[in-house]
Write a protein that binds this ligand. Structure first.
Ligand SMILES: Nc1ncnc2c1ncn2[C@@H]1O[C@H](COP(=O)(O)OP(=O)(O)O)[C@@H](O)[C@H]1O
Ligand SMILES: [Mg+2]
Length: 195
C-alpha cells in the first residue's frame, strides 16, 4: 500500500485498483469529539457515494470503526490540474458537463458541500465526483444555491483566467430555475458581507 496524499483531514493510500481514504486524528480537537466527527464524516461520505446516481468511485468497503473507506481508484486527471491547460473548447465542454452533473445531483437532493476542481476527476472523457465528506441530503433551494456559490468561489480563485466563461457555461447547463433565482440572492449576500 502506497501513501499518495496526505490531505487536510485524510490520508489517501493506493493499493492496486483501490484507494483507501483514512480520516486521521486532529490533535487540536478534543479526542472524543474528534473521533465523533471523523466517524460521522466517514459514514456520511460512504452513504452519499453509495446513493449518488452520477459518476463516483465504486465503494468496496467501509470500516466505520477505523474511519476508512475503500473505493475504486480512478486513473484519471484531477480537474484542477488540467482545466487551464486544455484548449478552451474542451474546457468549456467540461464545464457543460459540470453543470449537468451538479444539476442531476441536486435533483437527487444531494448537496456536495465542497465543489471544487480538486474534487472532480476526468477519466476517459467522463467526470467523476469525489470527496463527499461535507455533503448532505437536502431539498432546500438555499442549500443547492450555496453549493453553486462555493463552486463559483473555487473557480474564481483557482481558474481566474477563464473564470467568467467557465462559470457562465456551468450555469447555462444547470436546470433548476428556482435555485438559480436564489443564487442571485446568495451572491448579493456574499458581496455585502462585512461591509
Ligand atoms: N477514488 C479516487 N481515485 C483517484 N484519486 C483519488 C480518489 N479519491 C481521492 N483521490 C485523490 O486524493 C485527493 C484527496 O482526496 P479527497 O477525497 O478529496 O480528500 P480531502 O478531504 O483530503 O480533500 C484528491 O484530490 C485526489 O487527488
Ligand atoms: Mg478533496
Amino acid at each position: 500500500m502506497k501513501l499518495i496524499q496526505q490531505g487536510a483531514e485524510a490520508k489517501l493510500y493506493r493499493d492496486k485498483n483501490s484507494l483507501i481514504k483514512e480520516r486521521v486524528k486532529k490533535s487540536y480537537r478534543i479526542e472524543e469529539i474528534d473521533k465523533k466527527i471523523r466517524k460521522f464524516r466517514t459514514k456520511r461520505e460512504a452513504k452519499l457515494l453509495i446513493t449518488a446516481k452520477i459518476n463516483v468511485p465504486k465503494i468496496f468497503n467501509v470500516d466505520e470503526e477505523n474511519m476508512k473507506i475503500e473505493m475504486e481508484f480512478l486513473e484519471g486527471d484531477l480537474l484542477k490540474n488540467i482545466l487551464d491547460t486544455l484548449p478552451l473548447e474542451k474546457s468549456l465542454e467540461i464545464c457543460k458537463q459540470i453543470g449537468t452533473e451538479v444539476s442531476s445531483l441536486h435533483s437527487q437532493d444531494i448537496i456536495h458541500g465542497d465543489l471544487t476542481t480538486s474534487n472532480i476527476i476526468l477519466k476517459e472523457n467522463k467526470l467523476y465526483f469525489i470527496d463527499f465528506g461535507l455533503g448532505f441530503f437536502s431539498n432546500k433551494v438555499e442549500d443547492k444555491a450555496v453549493d453553486l456559490h462555493l463552486l463559483k468561489q473555487a473557480l474564481e480563485s483557482k481558474h481566474y483566467k477563464n473564470f467568467e466563461e467557465f462559470y457562465k457555461t456551468i450555469l447555462k447547463n444547470y436546470k433548476h430555475k428556482d435555485v438559480l433565482k436564489r443564487l442571485e440572492k446568495v451572491e448579493l449576500r456574499g458581496r455585502y458581507k462585512g461591509k
